[in-house]
Design a protein around this ligand. Structure first.
Ligand code: TXA
Ligand code: MG
Length: 342
C-alpha cells in the first residue's frame, strides 16, 4: 500500500519553514533529502550540524528547473546542457563552476557547485512553493547521519533523526532507491564521480564521449569515501556459491547472521536469516537501503551479501555495497591522515 502524498497545505508550510531557515526532510526519486535554504549560510550550517558532516563536504543544490541553473553556475558548458536536456528532471547531479557571488558554505568551500533538478512530485511542489516565499533553491544531502545508510522511506528519516527534525514530508518509498549519478563538468572533460541509476552508456550517448573515472585529484565528496552508506552490521561481499559456506562459518562462531542474495532461500541452515533480494537491478536498488536498515533493526551482526553481477546495470549497487563493506577500521587509519568520517 502506498502512503498518500502530503497535502498542498503541508507542502506550503514546509516551504515557509525553509524560508525561515528551518530544516525540512523531503522525498526525491532517489533518496530522501535533508533540505535547507541554499542561499542561507546559517540554514546550510544547520544541515551540516544535524548530519554530523564536515563543513568541507559540499551539498547538492536542488532547483525546480534548468532555467535556474545560471543563478548558481558561472559557466554552463555544452555538455551540461546536453545532460540536463537528456536527464532533468531526474536522478543526475552536475558539478559546475560556481558563480563568484554564491556563499561558499553550501559548496564546502570549493569553487564548484553540485546542482540537480529532481523529478519527484513532492520535491517539485516544495521547490515551486519555496520560490513563492523564498529563494526556491534547496541545499540537501541525503537524510542520514554522516557515513550511514541513506533514507528511502519517511520512517528511515525519523529513525535517523528522531525529534531533531520537526518536518518530514512523507512521499512514500523512493522509486529509485540509490543516490543520483554525479558528473563533474568543471574540469573540461566529464568525470563520473558517483555511479547512479543513469549509467555510463546513457551518459556517453548524451555527451558523445565516455565520462572518465575520477582521478586521485577528485574533489572531496563524502559518497566517494571508501567506507560509506554503511549499516551498523558488518557487510561481507562474497560470490554467490560461497554465501552459505561463509554464513555457516560465522554462525559457528556464534554470530547473528543474515544472507542477502537473489536466489531463493537455502534451507540448509535454519539459524540463517535468508533475505531474498529482487533479481533485477531496479528492484534491487529500490529495496536495498530498506533491507539493510531492517536487518540492522533485527540486530544482525554480519550480512553476507551475494556479489552483484559485473554488468553496467548493477554498477551503482556494486558501488554502494563495496562502500558498505569497506573495512571501517582500515578507514579509521586513513582518517588519522586527515580524511574525516562520521
Ligand atoms: O540523490 C541524491 O543525490 C541525493 C538527493 C537528496 O538529491 N542527495 C545526496 O546528497 O546524495 P549527499 O550530500 O548525500 O551526496 C552528494 C554528493 C556528496 O558526496 C558531495 O560531496 C558531492 O555530492 N558533491 C556535492 N557538491 C559537490 C561539488 N561541488 N564537488 C564535488 N562533489 C560534490
Ligand atoms: Mg549521502
Amino acid at each position: 500500500m502506498t502512503a498518500p502524498l502530503p497535502l498542498e497545505a503541508e507542502i506550503e508550510a514546509a516551504a515557509c519553514a525553509l524560508a525561515r531557515g528551518e530544516v525540512v526532510a523531503f522525498p526525491t526519486e532517489t533518496v530522501y533529502g535533508l533540505g535547507a535554504d541554499a542561499t542561507s549560510a546559517a540554514a546550510v550550517r544547520r544541515v551540516y550540524a544535524l548530519k554530523g558532516r564536515p563543513a568541507t563536504h559540499p551539498l547538492i543544490v536542488h532547483l525546480s528547473g534548468i532555467e535556474r541553473l545560471e543563478d548558481w553556475a558561472c559557466e554552463v558548458p555544452q555538455a551540461a546542457r546536453r545532460l540536463a536536456r537528456g536527464f532533468w528532471p531526474g536522478p543526475l547531479t552536475l558539478i559546475l563552476r560556481a558563480r563568484a557571488d554564491i556563499d561558499r558554505t553550501v559548496t564546502g568551500g570549493q569553487d564548484t557547485v553540485g546542482v540537480r533538478v529532481p523529478s519527484h512530485p513532492v520535491a517539485q511542489a516544495l521547490m515551486r512553493a519555496f520560490e513563492r516565499c523564498g529563494s526556491g533553491a534547496i541545499a540537501a544531502p541525503s537524510a542520514n547521519r554522516f557515513g550511514r545508510l541513506s533514507a528511502t522511506r519517511a520512517w528511515h528519516v525519523r529513525a535517523e533523526f528522531g525529534d531533531a527534525i520537526a518536518r518530514v514530508l512523507d512521499g512514500g518509498a523512493c522509486t529509485i532507491g540509490v543516490e543520483s549519478t554525479i558528473v563533474d563538468l568543471s574540469t573540461g572533460r566529464p568525470v563520473l564521480l558517483r555511479p547512479g541509476s543513469i549509467g555510463p552508456a546513457a551518459l556517453a550517448d548524451a555527451l558523445g564521449e565516455w565520462p572518465a573515472a575520477p582521478g586521485a585529484d577528485a574533489p572531496r565528496a563524502s559518497g566517494t569515501l571508501a567506507s560509506h552508506y554503511a549499516p551498523r552490521a558488518r557487510v561481507m561481499l562474497v560470490e554467490a556459491d560461497l554465501v552459505v559456506e561463509v554464513a555457516r562459518i560465522l554462525l559457528a562462531e556464534g554470530r547473528r547472521v543474515a544472507a542477502l542474495a537473489r536466489e531463493a532461500r537455502q534451507p540448509l541452515l535454519p539459524e540463517l536469516r535468508w533475505q531474498q533480494a529482487p533479481p533485477d537491478p531496479e528492484g534491487y536498488a529500490h529495496a536495498l537501503y530498506d533491507t539493510l536498515r531492517m536487518l540492522d533493526e533485527a540486530e544482525t551482526e554480519v550480512i553476507v551479501v551475494e556479489r552483484p553481477p559485473p554488468a553496467e546495470a548493477w554498477l551503482a549497487i556494486a558501488d554502494r555495497l563495496q562502500r558498505a563493506a569497506a573495512d571501517r577500521s582500515a578507514e579509521g587509519g586513513a582518517r588519522a591522515g586527515g580524511e574525516p568520517r562520521s
